[in-house]
Design a protein around this ligand. Structure first.
Ligand code: HEC
Ligand code: HEC
Ligand code: HEC
Ligand code: HEC
Ligand code: HEC
Length: 270
């Protein structure tokens, strides 16, 4: 009897410790459990106006929410203040040049956590034109509000680039060649992404069968690294080197994928 109670208590204690560990682990910044963030607390209860309310959900479904990057990290302000007025000190509408999320300030604000992307982007014609004339796309032009949309299809990106590079009488002379190489580059990034996902699923299947995949894991990691670099370098908007890297990631990924297919499904004809 006493033993059972002890086990129960132990169970709760261990369960509690695990829960604690999990909520700490959720913090991408590695600072452990945080006091409640008042920006999030208050904004999640706002139901009107519609535009403001929807912004909360943009963030709620974003990878930044998953990684504990809260409102104040991008917008500024005081995340511990309980009134809107106090909390909003230092928060400005994005159209205001003092806002941390104003187009011209995004390279700095977002670049603090995405330094490789920032390095490529600030070297691009886009950043040059943005700083000098206020023209040219910035991070949220392509990634939307809270970076809740990343992987755009080649067709979407074509439409996006066309806003400035495609239209007759638009901002810049129409450039079908530029659009074509942008779309091809994106297709090759997306294809590489696809084969790497396929390979990582095969690794899981192989591990379930207790096969030795140490070498495959290593090769897959190398291909992933190549693809990540290609995605960073894309932001310089010089396409040939990006395309070349993405194709290499695809080839390496395909080699790993084929090898794993033979291991996991030895009976299958290739
Ligand atoms: C007590 C509730 C409350 C808190 C706390 C709060 N907000 Fe707000 N926020 C609002 C309301 C209400 C609005 C819309 C009216 C306004 O602008 O004051 C708003 C508007 C905003 C806007 C749009 C501003 C604009 O003019 O375009 C942003 C951005 C924003 N909040 C970010 C934040 C951030 C970042 C924090 C934390 C540092 C925060 N809020 C904390 C209630 C709150
Ligand atoms: C990763 C950075 C990031 C995070 C985190 C983030 N935002 Fe934003 N937010 C932006 C950017 C960039 C814009 C401007 C882009 C645009 O105009 O669509 C923006 C726009 C907004 C706007 C529109 C303001 C206006 O006047 O048009 C509101 C409101 C807002 N955010 C609220 C929030 C709230 C509330 C949170 C937390 C629940 C949050 N944001 C978290 C980057 C972020
Ligand atoms: C406090 C650090 C931080 C800031 C500031 C930040 N991010 Fe992120 N971002 C992250 C983390 C962590 C991830 C998830 C891991 C990764 O992909 O690097 C991420 C992921 C992303 C992704 C990939 C999304 C996906 O679905 O895979 C994009 C795009 C992105 N961020 C854009 C932005 C933009 C644009 C801004 C500025 C408006 C911004 N980030 C500001 C930390 C940050
Ligand atoms: C002109 C459009 C454009 C602009 C401007 C832009 N990006 Fe991107 N970004 C993309 C595309 C397209 C991808 C590749 C998406 C894919 O295939 O996953 C990407 C990929 C990323 C990734 C990697 C996501 C992943 O899946 O690993 C991050 C992080 C990121 N961008 C952040 C930023 C930041 C920060 C800025 C501003 C400094 C920025 N981007 C500006 C279009 C853009
Ligand atoms: C908001 C407008 C805008 C959008 C959207 C836009 N660009 Fe640009 N782009 C510019 C401007 C402005 C320049 C600089 C032109 C100059 O310096 O003469 C530029 C320059 C470039 C250059 C360099 C061209 C050269 O001749 O040096 C490339 C490549 C490019 N953009 C690709 C893209 C791609 C790909 C997209 C879509 C993912 C895109 N742009 C979206 C405005 C835009």
């Amino acid at each position: 009897m006493g033993g059972r109670i002890l086990i129960l208590i132990l169970g709760f204690w261990i369960g509690g410790a695990l829960l604690g560990a999990r909520s700490g682990e959720g913090s991408s910044l590695g600072i452990g459990p945080q006091p409640p963030n008042q920006c999030v607390n208050c904004h999640q209860g706002i139901t009107t106006p519609l535009e403001l309310s929807q912004r909360y959900y943009d963030w709620h479904l974003s990878v930044h929410k998953e990684r504990d990057v809260a409102c104040d990290v991008c917008h500024g302000g005081d995340s511990q203040a309980r009134t809107a007025q106090e909390a909003h000190r230092g928060v400005f509408p994005p159209s205001n040049e003092r806002s941390r999320v104003h187009g011209k300030n995004q390279a700095e604000t977002c670049g603090a956590c995405h330094p490789e992307v920032r390095a490529a982007y600030v070297a691009s014609a886009h950043h040059v034109k943005l700083s000098s004339a206020g023209l040219g796309p910035f991070c949220s032009t392509c990634h939307l509000n809270m970076a809740n949309s990343t992987v755009r299809s080649a067709a979407d990106i074509g439409a996006l680039c066309s806003r400035c590079h495609g239209a007759e009488g638009g901002l810049l002379p129409p450039s079908p060649q530029l659009l074509k190489s942008a779309q091809e580059t994106l297709l090759s990034l997306s294809r590489a992404n696809g084969v790497l996902i396929w390979a990582s699923r095969l690794i899981e299947a192989a591990q379930e069968k207790r096969l030795d995949v140490a070498g495959d894991v290593q090769d897959l990691e190398a291909a992933r690294r190549l693809l990540a670099e290609a995605k960073w370098e894309w932001h310089a908007f010089r396409f040939e080197p990006v395309r070349a890297k993405a194709d290499r990631a695809f080839e390496q990924g395909t080699t790993v994928k084929d090898r794993l297919m033979r291991k996991v499904y030895p009976g299958l004809r290739q």
